[in-house]
Every structure is written in structure tokens, then in C-alpha cells.
Design a protein around this ligand. Structure first.
Ligand SMILES: [Zn+2]
Length: 152
């Protein structure tokens, strides 16, 4: 259809044809710009969402952000420590048997996050203590003992 119309109009609109070419070039520049900007924005969005693979609530405070980052880094060590905030008695859909370890204040065994620690100062304090010990190369079993002694 477009070709036919162009063919018919050609002789009468030669000048306009030249103008159209300019417009078309402008259009290409526009489309390329839009695509480029879109790619940059998507890249930024992915980088933002994916910055630590953390859920949005993890960024509620600097402390919670720090604590969730640690939880993602050393879940195995948190799994060996007990949380003393009383969460072992809390039953919900995600944790029908309550929190079995400090790790559960941050995520379940399938790696699905929990927002519990955002609102629990003890859950964060324990993690900060553990991370300090972890960085000092204290073994996980010894970390557990020291946490039990301090918070239990
Ligand atoms: Zn807890």
C-alpha cells in the first residue's frame, strides 16, 4: 500500500521526497537515541534491583542493609547460631515451626527472604557480632558458643 502511494505521488512531490529523507534520517537518529537511552535505563534498573539480590525492605535502614548483606554472605554460619529474640516460638506460613536458627530471621532454607530482622534489633546485633568473629577467623562452633554465652 505505502509503495503504491509513493509511486503515484513521486512526480508531483520530488522536493518533498528530499525533505522526507531528512525527516527519515532525523527519525532514525531519534529511534536510535530512544533505544540507547532505554538500554541504559534497563541496565541501571537491573544494576539497582540486582545490587545485592536483596528485597526492598532490607534497605529500610543502614543497619538492616548491612545485616542482610552479611546474612547473604555467610548464611551457613548464621544457620549454626541461635537467635534469642523469641522468634523460635513465632509460627507463620513461611516458618511453620518457628525460626530454627538466626539465619531464619533473614531467609528460610529455600533462600526466600524474611523481613523479620528489619524490625528486630537483637537479630541484627547478633549478626554484627558474628560477622566480626567470622572476620577474626573464629570457627563457627566457637561463634555459636560465644553467642549463646552473650545472648542466652
Ligand atoms: Zn530472630
Amino acid at each position: 500500500m505505502a509503495k503504491d502511494r509513493k509511486g503515484i505521488n513521486m512526480p508531483m512531490k520530488r522536493n518533498r521526497g528530499g525533505l522526507k529523507k531528512k525527516q527519515r534520517n532525523r527519525k532514525i537518529v531519534y529511534v536510535v537515541s530512544v533505544i540507547t537511552i532505554t538500554i541504559i535505563l534497563i541496565g541501571a534498573a537491573v544494576a539497582f534491583v540486582d545490587r545485592d539480590n536483596l528485597p526492598e525492605y532490607a534497605y529500610t535502614t543502614n543497619r538492616s542493609e548491612e545485616a542482610y548483606k552479611i546474612a547473604v554472605e555467610i548464611p551457613g554460619i548464621l544457620d549454626k547460631a541461635k537467635c534469642y529474640c523469641g522468634c523460635d516460638k513465632v509460627r507463620n506460613k513461611q516458618f511453620p515451626r518457628g525460626h530454627q536458627s538466626l539465619k531464619h530471621c533473614y531467609m528460610d532454607d529455600k533462600g526466600r527472604f524474611s523481613d523479620h530482622a528489619v524490625y528486630c534489633d537483637m537479630c541484627m546485633l547478633e549478626v554484627f557480632d558474628i560477622y566480626e568473629m567470622y572476620q577474626d577467623n573464629v570457627p563457627a562452633d566457637e561463634i555459636r558458643i560465644r553467642i549463646d554465652r552473650k545472648y542466652g
